[in-house]
Design a protein around this ligand. Structure first.
Ligand code: PLP
Ligand code: COI
Length: 346
C-alpha cells in the first residue's frame, strides 16, 4: 500500500499525544447509538454535572495499528479490546459499544488519519485510544443514560524510554492500585489516577515504575501500573500472576499462546508470591504500550534483585517473545491465528 505519510520523524517518536487529522465520536442517546461523526475538533462539550467527571463513569482501551511488511494496514486483535470494553462497561453500568460500531469506528478513524500510520520498518505504530464516558447530568450517584464513545489516534514510539532495554521496578507495599473485588480487572480511568502515587514513588527513587502486590495479603505480585508482569522461572516456565485485581492483558494472552504453542514452553497463570523472586531468571512487563519490556532489576524491601546479566541486557526468553510478537504484528511471520485485522485504506 502506498500512500503519502505525514512529514514526521516516525523512527524517533515517543509515547505522547500528537495532533492528527480527526477523531471519531458516537453518541448513545435514548437507548441507541448514532452513526458516528469524524471531526477535527480536539475538544468536546460536556455538561458540568456529567457522570464521567463526578462519579468516574469513564473507561478506555488501547490498541495499535501497524503497516506490515507487505504494505497492509492492520490492527492487532481489536475484537479483544471491544470485548474487554464491554466488560468494563458492564462493571461500571455503562452502555455497551458493539463489535460492529467498534470496528467501524476503527476503520473510519484510521482512514481519516492514514498519513499518520507509521511506515513499515520505522519501529513506530499508530496508537488507538477508544474512550467511553457517561455524559448525562446527575448529582445523585447513579449511572448516566447517555454516553459518548470516541476514538483518538496518535502515532507513537516506545512507552518506556529507550524501547527494548531492561527497566528497574520498585515493589510497593503501602500503595494499592486496585482491590480484590474492585475495578482492577477492567480499564476504568480512575485506576490510572490511583496509580499516579506509585508512578511518582518510582520516579523519586530512580525506578521506571512500581509493581503492586495483592491488596489483601501483600504477598502476591499483581502487576505494574500500565502493564502486566511476567516472570521466566529458572526452569524456563512462563509464569504470570492470576489475580482478580489484574487487567487481563491481550498482549500477555498472546505471549502465553506464543510461548506454549510456538515455542513449546510451559506456561502458567497462578498466584505468584513475591518471595519467589529468587526463582526468577528473567522478567518482563507487557501490554500494548509496553509491548514486552525486560525487567532487569526489582527492589523489594530495600534489597535489589538483579535478574539476567545483572539487569544489564535483556534475557534470551524475553527477547525471543518480543521478537516473535513484533514479527507477527508486522506480518514478518505468518499470522496463523487471525490476530491481525486488515483495515482497507481507501
Ligand atoms: N495492565 C494494565 C493496568 C494496563 O493498563 C494495560 C494496558 O492496556 C495492560 C495491563 C496491558 O493490557 P494489553 O496487553 O491488553 O494492552
Ligand atoms: C496500553 O498499553 O494501551 C494502555 O492503555 C496503558 C496505558 C497506561 C498507556
Amino acid at each position: 500500500m502506498s500512500f503519502k505519510r505525514a512529514d514526521l520523524d516516525f523512527a524517533n517518536l515517543d509515547f505522547s499525544y500528537r495532533k492528527v487529522n480527526a477523531n471519531i465520536r458516537y453518541y448513545y442517546r435514548n437507548g441507541k447509538w448514532d452513526g458516528g461523526t469524524l471531526t477535527n475538533e480536539e475538544y468536546f462539550p460536556l455538561h458540568i454535572a456529567a457522570t464521567c467527571v463526578h462519579y468516574g463513569q469513564a473507561i478506555f482501551e488501547g490498541l495499535k495499528v501497524y503497516e506490515t511488511k507487505n504494505g497492509d494496514v492492520v490492527a492487532f486483535r481489536p475484537v479483544e479490546n471491544q470485548k474487554r470494553m464491554v466488560k468494563s462497561a458492564e462493571k461500571l453500568f455503562m452502555a455497551r459499544v458493539t463489535e460492529e460500531i467498534f470496528l467501524e469506528a476503527l476503520d473510519r478513524v484510521v482512514n481519516a488519519n492514514k498519513e499518520f500510520v507509521p511506515p513499515y520498518g520505522s519501529g513506530a505504530s499508530l496508537y488507538i485510544r477508544p474512550l467511553l464516558i457517561g455524559i448525562s447530568p446527575h448529582i445523585g450517584v447513579k449511572p448516566s443514560e447517555d454516553y459518548l464513545f470516541m476514538i483518538l489516534v496518535t502515532p507513537v514510539g516506545p512507552y518506556f524510554k529507550g524501547g527494548f532495554k531492561p527497566v528497574k521496578m520498585l515493589v510497593v507495599e503501602d500503595l494499592d492500585r486496585a482491590a480484590p473485588f474492585g475495578l482492577g480487572d477492567v480499564k476504568a480511568a480512575g485506576n490510572y489516577a490511583a496509580g499516579l502515587r506509585g508512578y511518582f514513588r518510582a520516579k523519586e527513587n530512580n525506578f521506571t515504575d512500581v509493581i503492586y502486590l495483592d491488596a489483601k495479603e501483600r504477598k502476591y505480585i499483581d502487576e505494574s501500573g500500565p502493564a502486566n508482569f511476567i516472570a521466566i522461572m529458572k526452569d524456563g516456565t512462563y509464569t504470570t500472576p492470576q489475580s482478580s485485581s489484574v487487567l487481563p492483558s491481550i498482549t500477555n494472552m498472546s505471549l502465553r499462546t506464543i510461548a506454549k504453542d510456538d515455542f513449546g514452553w510451559k506456561t502458567e497463570q497462578r498466584s505468584v508470591a513475591i518471595d519467589e523472586i529468587t526463582n526468577f531468571s528473567e522478567a518482563g512487563c507487557c501490554g500494548t504500550a509496553a509491548v514486552i519490556t525486560p525487567v532487569g532489576e526489582i527492589r523489594y524491601r530495600d534489597k535489589d534483585y538483579k535478574l539476567f546479566d545483572q539487569g544489564r541486557t535483556a534475557g534470551p526468553k524475553v527477547t525471543q517473545l518480543y521478537e516473535r510478537l513484533v514479527k507477527i504484528q508486522l506480518g514478518e511471520v505468518e499470522d496463523t491465528r487471525g490476530w491481525l485485522r486488515k483495515i482497507e485504506i481507501k
